[in-house]
Design a protein around this ligand. Sequence first.
Ligand SMILES: [Zn+2]
Length: 333
Amino acid sequence: MQKSVMFVTTCLALLMGVSARAATKNPTPANKYRYAAKKAAYYNKSTSAYYRSIWTSARNAWNKSKSFKWSPTKNRKSRTFTTSVSRTTGIWTNATGMAYNGMSFDQNGRQTGAAMYLNRAILKKYKYNKKQRTNVAIHEMGHALGLGHNSAGSVSVMNPANRDYALRNVDIKGAQKIYRTTTNTKSTLAAAAQPTLTVDHLKDYSNGIYGVEALRKDAGTIVEGTITKSVGHHKAPKNYYTTQTLRVIEHFKGLSGKTVTFTQGGTTAMAVTDSKVLHHGEDVVVMLAKNAQGNDYIINDGQGMFIDTHTSNGHELFEHVSDHKIYTEDMLH
Ligand SMILES: [Zn+2]
Protein backbone atom coordinates (compact mmCIF):
# COMPACT_ATOMS: atom_id res chain seq x y z
CA MET A 1 0.00 0.00 0.00
CA GLN A 2 2.67 2.41 1.08
CA LYS A 3 4.73 1.46 -1.95
CA SER A 4 1.94 2.26 -4.40
CA VAL A 5 1.32 5.63 -2.74
CA MET A 6 4.99 6.41 -3.06
CA PHE A 7 4.95 5.29 -6.69
CA VAL A 8 2.03 7.61 -7.50
CA THR A 9 3.75 10.50 -5.70
CA THR A 10 6.96 9.90 -7.65
CA CYS A 11 5.06 9.83 -10.98
CA LEU A 12 3.27 13.07 -10.11
CA ALA A 13 6.53 14.73 -9.16
CA LEU A 14 8.07 13.56 -12.43
CA LEU A 15 5.10 14.79 -14.46
CA MET A 16 5.14 18.16 -12.74
CA GLY A 17 8.86 18.38 -13.29
CA VAL A 18 8.46 17.69 -17.00
CA SER A 19 5.68 20.22 -17.49
CA ALA A 20 7.59 22.88 -15.55
CA ARG A 21 10.68 22.29 -17.65
CA ALA A 22 8.65 22.39 -20.84
CA ALA A 23 7.44 25.88 -19.92
CA THR A 24 10.95 27.26 -19.36
CA LYS A 25 12.28 29.50 -22.12
CA ASN A 26 15.91 28.87 -23.01
CA PRO A 27 17.55 31.34 -22.88
CA THR A 28 15.60 33.63 -20.56
CA PRO A 29 14.35 36.55 -22.73
CA ALA A 30 15.81 40.07 -22.59
CA ASN A 31 13.97 43.28 -21.72
CA LYS A 32 14.77 46.43 -23.77
CA TYR A 33 17.58 47.74 -21.56
CA ARG A 34 21.29 47.03 -21.28
CA TYR A 35 24.42 48.58 -19.88
CA ALA A 36 27.26 49.46 -22.29
CA ALA A 37 29.29 46.45 -21.12
CA LYS A 38 28.60 43.43 -18.93
CA LYS A 39 29.36 45.22 -15.70
CA ALA A 40 27.90 47.88 -13.43
CA ALA A 41 28.74 49.48 -10.12
CA TYR A 42 25.94 49.87 -7.59
CA TYR A 43 25.52 51.68 -4.29
CA ASN A 44 23.94 49.53 -1.59
CA LYS A 45 21.49 51.85 0.19
CA SER A 46 20.13 49.25 2.63
CA THR A 47 20.85 50.21 6.21
CA SER A 48 20.03 46.77 7.61
CA ALA A 49 22.99 44.39 7.83
CA TYR A 50 20.60 41.53 6.95
CA TYR A 51 19.49 43.10 3.66
CA ARG A 52 22.99 44.32 2.84
CA SER A 53 24.16 40.72 3.05
CA ILE A 54 21.26 39.53 0.88
CA TRP A 55 22.28 41.95 -1.90
CA THR A 56 25.89 40.82 -1.49
CA SER A 57 24.87 37.15 -1.92
CA ALA A 58 22.86 38.07 -5.03
CA ARG A 59 25.86 39.94 -6.45
CA ASN A 60 28.11 36.94 -5.75
CA ALA A 61 25.72 34.62 -7.61
CA TRP A 62 25.85 36.80 -10.74
CA ASN A 63 29.61 37.36 -10.51
CA LYS A 64 30.28 33.65 -10.11
CA SER A 65 28.40 33.01 -13.38
CA LYS A 66 30.77 35.43 -15.18
CA SER A 67 27.86 36.56 -17.37
CA PHE A 68 27.74 39.96 -15.61
CA LYS A 69 29.89 41.65 -12.99
CA TRP A 70 28.30 43.73 -10.25
CA SER A 71 30.70 45.76 -8.12
CA PRO A 72 29.80 47.71 -5.00
CA THR A 73 30.65 51.41 -4.92
CA LYS A 74 30.74 53.85 -2.01
CA ASN A 75 29.56 56.63 -4.31
CA ARG A 76 26.16 57.64 -2.93
CA LYS A 77 25.36 59.42 -6.19
CA SER A 78 25.58 56.21 -8.23
CA ARG A 79 22.50 56.03 -10.51
CA THR A 80 22.49 52.27 -10.02
CA PHE A 81 21.60 51.17 -6.52
CA THR A 82 20.09 48.39 -4.41
CA THR A 83 17.85 49.02 -1.44
CA SER A 84 15.01 47.67 0.66
CA VAL A 85 11.69 49.26 1.59
CA SER A 86 8.78 48.25 3.82
CA ARG A 87 5.48 49.12 2.13
CA THR A 88 2.03 47.61 1.89
CA THR A 89 0.06 50.19 -0.11
CA GLY A 90 -0.31 51.45 -3.69
CA ILE A 91 1.95 49.77 -6.20
CA TRP A 92 3.75 47.91 -3.40
CA THR A 93 0.71 45.90 -2.31
CA ASN A 94 1.80 42.25 -2.49
CA ALA A 95 5.00 43.21 -4.32
CA THR A 96 8.05 41.25 -3.16
CA GLY A 97 10.50 43.33 -5.18
CA MET A 98 10.85 45.81 -7.98
CA ALA A 99 13.34 46.87 -10.61
CA TYR A 100 13.45 50.35 -12.12
CA ASN A 101 15.15 50.24 -15.53
CA GLY A 102 16.34 53.35 -17.37
CA MET A 103 16.98 55.76 -14.49
CA SER A 104 19.52 57.31 -16.87
CA PHE A 105 21.05 56.61 -20.30
CA ASP A 106 24.26 57.43 -22.18
CA GLN A 107 24.18 59.19 -25.58
CA ASN A 108 23.76 55.82 -27.35
CA GLY A 109 20.67 54.95 -25.36
CA ARG A 110 22.40 52.43 -23.16
CA GLN A 111 21.35 52.35 -19.56
CA THR A 112 23.62 53.99 -16.98
CA GLY A 113 21.32 53.72 -13.99
CA ALA A 114 18.87 51.19 -12.55
CA ALA A 115 17.32 50.71 -9.12
CA MET A 116 16.66 47.40 -7.39
CA TYR A 117 14.24 47.05 -4.48
CA LEU A 118 13.22 44.37 -2.01
CA ASN A 119 9.99 44.84 -0.04
CA ARG A 120 10.69 43.72 3.54
CA ALA A 121 7.03 43.97 4.61
CA ILE A 122 5.77 41.44 2.05
CA LEU A 123 8.81 39.12 2.25
CA LYS A 124 8.30 38.96 5.99
CA LYS A 125 4.51 38.62 5.86
CA TYR A 126 4.77 35.62 3.53
CA LYS A 127 7.69 34.10 5.46
CA TYR A 128 10.37 34.07 2.76
CA ASN A 129 13.55 32.58 4.22
CA LYS A 130 16.97 34.12 3.60
CA LYS A 131 17.68 31.93 0.58
CA GLN A 132 14.31 32.83 -0.96
CA ARG A 133 14.89 36.56 -0.32
CA THR A 134 18.27 36.17 -2.02
CA ASN A 135 16.54 34.58 -5.02
CA VAL A 136 14.29 37.65 -5.28
CA ALA A 137 17.40 39.87 -5.10
CA ILE A 138 19.10 37.86 -7.88
CA HIS A 139 15.85 38.28 -9.88
CA GLU A 140 15.85 42.10 -9.45
CA MET A 141 19.52 42.27 -10.45
CA GLY A 142 18.54 40.18 -13.50
CA HIS A 143 15.95 42.80 -14.55
CA ALA A 144 18.43 45.63 -13.93
CA LEU A 145 21.08 44.07 -16.20
CA GLY A 146 18.54 43.51 -19.00
CA LEU A 147 16.56 40.31 -18.46
CA GLY A 148 12.77 40.05 -18.70
CA HIS A 149 10.61 37.32 -17.23
CA ASN A 150 10.78 33.67 -18.14
CA SER A 151 7.38 31.88 -18.45
CA ALA A 152 4.85 31.30 -15.69
CA GLY A 153 5.92 28.08 -13.96
CA SER A 154 9.44 28.15 -15.45
CA VAL A 155 12.49 26.80 -13.66
CA SER A 156 14.38 30.09 -13.77
CA VAL A 157 15.38 32.83 -11.34
CA MET A 158 13.37 35.06 -13.72
CA ASN A 159 10.13 33.10 -13.14
CA PRO A 160 7.64 35.99 -12.68
CA ALA A 161 6.72 34.98 -9.12
CA ASN A 162 10.04 33.42 -8.19
CA ARG A 163 10.75 32.31 -4.68
CA ASP A 164 12.54 28.97 -4.91
CA TYR A 165 14.86 29.13 -7.91
CA ALA A 166 18.40 30.49 -7.77
CA LEU A 167 20.32 31.52 -10.88
CA ARG A 168 19.92 28.83 -13.57
CA ASN A 169 21.75 28.10 -16.82
CA VAL A 170 18.86 29.52 -18.88
CA ASP A 171 19.30 32.85 -17.04
CA ILE A 172 23.08 32.86 -17.47
CA LYS A 173 22.62 32.17 -21.19
CA GLY A 174 20.09 35.02 -21.37
CA ALA A 175 22.58 37.45 -19.84
CA GLN A 176 25.39 36.20 -22.10
CA LYS A 177 23.19 36.74 -25.15
CA ILE A 178 22.50 40.38 -24.22
CA TYR A 179 26.21 41.15 -23.76
CA ARG A 180 27.57 39.06 -26.64
CA THR A 181 27.85 42.31 -28.61
CA THR A 182 29.47 45.49 -27.34
CA THR A 183 27.56 47.70 -29.74
CA ASN A 184 23.96 48.33 -28.97
CA THR A 185 21.87 47.11 -31.87
CA LYS A 186 18.75 48.43 -30.17
CA SER A 187 20.06 51.95 -29.61
CA THR A 188 17.11 53.69 -31.25
CA LEU A 189 14.67 51.67 -29.18
CA ALA A 190 16.55 52.27 -25.98
CA ALA A 191 16.96 55.98 -26.68
CA ALA A 192 13.19 56.29 -26.99
CA ALA A 193 12.57 54.05 -23.98
CA GLN A 194 10.67 55.39 -21.04
CA PRO A 195 11.85 54.44 -17.61
CA THR A 196 10.08 51.19 -16.72
CA LEU A 197 9.21 49.58 -13.43
CA THR A 198 8.92 45.83 -13.23
CA VAL A 199 6.85 44.88 -10.21
CA ASP A 200 7.26 41.36 -8.89
CA HIS A 201 4.28 39.88 -7.11
CA LEU A 202 3.77 36.97 -4.79
CA LYS A 203 1.69 35.25 -7.42
CA ASP A 204 1.60 35.21 -11.21
CA TYR A 205 -1.56 34.75 -13.22
CA SER A 206 -0.11 35.02 -16.74
CA ASN A 207 -1.25 31.59 -17.82
CA GLY A 208 -4.00 32.19 -20.39
CA ILE A 209 -7.51 31.12 -19.43
CA TYR A 210 -6.24 29.29 -16.33
CA GLY A 211 -4.67 32.53 -15.16
CA VAL A 212 -7.95 34.37 -15.71
CA GLU A 213 -9.85 31.66 -13.83
CA ALA A 214 -7.46 32.00 -10.89
CA LEU A 215 -7.83 35.79 -10.99
CA ARG A 216 -11.63 35.48 -10.91
CA LYS A 217 -11.33 33.32 -7.83
CA ASP A 218 -8.80 35.48 -5.98
CA ALA A 219 -10.26 38.93 -6.79
CA GLY A 220 -12.76 40.14 -4.18
CA THR A 221 -14.39 42.53 -6.64
CA ILE A 222 -15.02 42.29 -10.40
CA VAL A 223 -16.81 45.17 -12.10
CA GLU A 224 -17.27 46.63 -15.56
CA GLY A 225 -17.33 50.39 -15.95
CA THR A 226 -15.96 53.63 -17.36
CA ILE A 227 -12.93 55.46 -15.97
CA THR A 228 -14.10 58.92 -14.85
CA LYS A 229 -10.99 60.18 -13.04
CA SER A 230 -7.30 59.28 -13.28
CA VAL A 231 -4.78 60.84 -10.88
CA GLY A 232 -1.06 60.07 -11.16
CA HIS A 233 1.24 60.22 -8.12
CA HIS A 234 4.53 61.59 -9.42
CA LYS A 235 6.86 60.71 -6.63
CA ALA A 236 9.26 58.47 -8.45
CA PRO A 237 10.13 55.79 -7.84
CA LYS A 238 8.92 55.01 -4.33
CA ASN A 239 5.28 55.77 -4.88
CA TYR A 240 4.74 55.47 -8.60
CA TYR A 241 1.10 54.65 -8.96
CA THR A 242 -2.19 56.07 -10.25
CA THR A 243 -5.52 56.38 -8.49
CA GLN A 244 -8.49 55.58 -10.75
CA THR A 245 -12.19 56.20 -10.28
CA LEU A 246 -14.61 54.00 -12.19
CA ARG A 247 -18.34 54.57 -12.80
CA VAL A 248 -19.76 51.07 -12.50
CA ILE A 249 -21.92 49.75 -15.36
CA GLU A 250 -22.19 46.14 -14.15
CA HIS A 251 -21.31 44.30 -10.94
CA PHE A 252 -19.99 40.77 -11.40
CA LYS A 253 -18.53 40.01 -7.98
CA GLY A 254 -18.45 41.79 -4.59
CA LEU A 255 -19.11 45.53 -4.15
CA SER A 256 -22.39 47.19 -5.09
CA GLY A 257 -21.64 50.95 -5.21
CA LYS A 258 -22.09 53.23 -8.23
CA THR A 259 -18.42 54.13 -8.29
CA VAL A 260 -15.21 52.51 -7.08
CA THR A 261 -11.79 54.06 -6.50
CA PHE A 262 -8.70 51.90 -6.76
CA THR A 263 -4.98 52.13 -7.38
CA GLN A 264 -2.90 50.66 -10.20
CA GLY A 265 0.80 50.66 -11.07
CA GLY A 266 2.28 53.29 -13.37
CA THR A 267 1.59 56.87 -14.43
CA THR A 268 1.82 58.68 -17.76
CA ALA A 269 5.51 59.28 -16.93
CA MET A 270 6.33 55.74 -15.83
CA ALA A 271 5.43 52.49 -17.54
CA VAL A 272 4.95 49.27 -15.58
CA THR A 273 5.93 46.07 -17.37
CA ASP A 274 2.91 44.08 -18.60
CA SER A 275 0.61 46.91 -17.55
CA LYS A 276 -0.87 50.06 -19.05
CA VAL A 277 -2.19 53.18 -17.38
CA LEU A 278 -5.99 53.37 -17.75
CA HIS A 279 -7.34 56.62 -19.16
CA HIS A 280 -10.41 58.78 -18.63
CA GLY A 281 -13.34 57.48 -20.71
CA GLU A 282 -11.99 53.96 -21.18
CA ASP A 283 -14.42 51.04 -20.70
CA VAL A 284 -12.86 48.25 -18.69
CA VAL A 285 -13.42 45.17 -16.60
CA VAL A 286 -11.26 45.35 -13.47
CA MET A 287 -10.50 42.67 -10.93
CA LEU A 288 -9.68 44.15 -7.54
CA ALA A 289 -8.32 43.02 -4.19
CA LYS A 290 -8.00 44.91 -0.90
CA ASN A 291 -4.71 45.88 0.71
CA ALA A 292 -4.05 45.77 4.47
CA GLN A 293 -5.56 49.27 4.84
CA GLY A 294 -8.80 48.13 3.18
CA ASN A 295 -8.22 50.04 -0.06
CA ASP A 296 -8.87 48.47 -3.46
CA TYR A 297 -6.05 47.89 -5.94
CA ILE A 298 -5.80 46.13 -9.30
CA ILE A 299 -4.81 42.57 -8.50
CA ASN A 300 -1.26 42.08 -9.90
CA ASP A 301 -1.51 45.28 -11.98
CA GLY A 302 -2.04 44.44 -15.68
CA GLN A 303 -3.19 40.95 -14.83
CA GLY A 304 -6.42 42.34 -13.39
CA MET A 305 -7.33 44.73 -16.24
CA PHE A 306 -9.34 44.05 -19.41
CA ILE A 307 -10.10 46.84 -21.91
CA ASP A 308 -13.32 46.84 -23.98
CA THR A 309 -12.22 46.64 -27.64
CA HIS A 310 -15.71 47.13 -29.20
CA THR A 311 -14.72 45.03 -32.20
CA SER A 312 -17.31 42.25 -32.05
CA ASN A 313 -20.62 41.42 -33.76
CA GLY A 314 -22.97 41.73 -30.85
CA HIS A 315 -20.40 40.38 -28.38
CA GLU A 316 -18.30 42.63 -26.23
CA LEU A 317 -14.66 41.60 -26.35
CA PHE A 318 -12.03 42.54 -23.79
CA GLU A 319 -8.27 42.70 -24.25
CA HIS A 320 -6.24 41.49 -21.30
CA VAL A 321 -3.75 44.27 -20.60
CA SER A 322 -0.87 42.02 -19.53
CA ASP A 323 -0.82 39.51 -22.40
CA HIS A 324 -3.14 41.07 -25.06
CA LYS A 325 -5.32 37.95 -25.26
CA ILE A 326 -8.99 38.57 -26.02
CA TYR A 327 -11.79 37.37 -23.74
CA THR A 328 -15.58 37.58 -24.01
CA GLU A 329 -17.43 39.19 -21.12
CA ASP A 330 -18.70 35.76 -20.02
CA MET A 331 -15.16 34.56 -19.44
CA LEU A 332 -14.52 37.39 -16.98
CA HIS A 333 -17.26 36.72 -14.43
ZN1 LIG B 1 10.36 40.23 -12.22
